[in-house]
Design a protein around this ligand. Sequence first.
Ligand SMILES: Cc1ncc(COP(=O)(O)O)c(C=O)c1O
Ligand SMILES: N[C@H](C=O)CCC(=O)O
Length: 435
Amino acid sequence: MTAHSNSQRLFEEAQNYIPGGVNSPVRAFKAVGGNPLFIKSAKGAYITDQDDNAYIELINSWGPMILGHGNTHIQAAVAKAIEDSLSFGAPTAIEVEMAKMICGMVPSIEKVRMVNSGTEATMSAIRLARGFTGRDKIIKFEGCYHGHGDSFLIAAGSGAITLGQPDSPGVTQGVARDTLTAPYNNLDSVHEIVKANDGQIAAIIVEPVAGNMGCVLPAEGFLEGLRSLCDEEGIVLIFDEVMTGFRLSKAGAQGVFNVQADITTLGKIIGGGMPVGAYGGKKEIMDYVSPQGPVYQAGTLSGNPVAMAAGLSMLTQINEDETLYADLSKATEALEEGFQANLDELGLGYTMNRIGSMISLFFTEEHVVDFDTAKTSNIELFGKYFREMLNNGVYLAPSQYESLFISKSITTDAVGKIVEANRIALKAIHYNTKS
Ligand SMILES: Cc1ncc(COP(=O)(O)O)c(C=O)c1O
Ligand SMILES: N[C@H](C=O)CCC(=O)O
């Protein structure tokens, strides 16, 4: 049995000073049982805890570490930036470079504003859409997660559903009234809501590929349908690409599905591991942002030079790597095939969803196409599976309602180890074999 005494001691201490002992709820392992591991370091595909146990990890810091941990170019860029000071709170050349890089990579972004997190990006994007249209209401999809802004904690996925709080206390009824929800992949429902709220919808915000109820792909025509509806009704279409941006292609999900958003929100990969977010889109909309326009949004540390150095190095590497997305896809496909072979061998009919380097194994035999079908997954079984995978050296996201991410550091050898751990774990939880 692996020793976790240092993690356990730290968790006990942390709970005295930090709510729940963690700085983001989903890290607490509440949905899978056991105590969270406290992490000391990571390199490539491996993460090491405070008890010196090493695991192959498929979280990637919830997405950002697409090139693997300890990328030497990013680390060198950060070290160099630090020499000039950690922050100025004034414009810098690297912010211009960063903005040019983003606009060059994502065709629908003509102007972009940097912020410090994905949450800030989505909150700002919604305010901008409201200011631009002069309307109040927004439509979001059940099971999509757009950070912890009040408007989004309605039928929210990710940690909110993991911990049974899809609608959080503390969100006022007034705010909740302005957020209308539709089932993911259900265009008819969106049409009905728009009709019933004629001329009142400022924005539709969607994860173009959902990753916060597990990985759920858009049905054929879904994104195109949203685009046409928004065009017809003067609604701002916001693609929340905090997760999919620079993960599915250089232009995010938009580059894969060929549907353009009016505003795109970004985070995670864009910061190379540092706390960065951004929102950008059409010039005519972005010029509504202060100081050019009337919609106020600001940030003491926005565009921080150290964070920009990390992000710019990340985007430069992604931009220059012609085979990155094909390689990531190939590794993830090998994982999918390996998992499928294990399921077949054990006579299990569970569902898998995958696109590029995002993948989820759901403990249900139903096709998972929205929040309701995602919730048919057997959560108890997932918890057991999670713990067995950990015992076998693989660190998964501690929730069924998250996507797994494959990084460039996941080699054929690592894929083989993960597939073998999957086989042992599935066997152990179904046939009570010792792993
Ligand atoms: C799609 C999506 N939007 C927004 C967010 C919020 O980003 P952050 O956690 O950086 O605030 C997340 C992740 O948390 C996300 O996955
Ligand atoms: N699903 C979330 C981000 O994508 C998980 C990150 C968090 O809530 O800490």
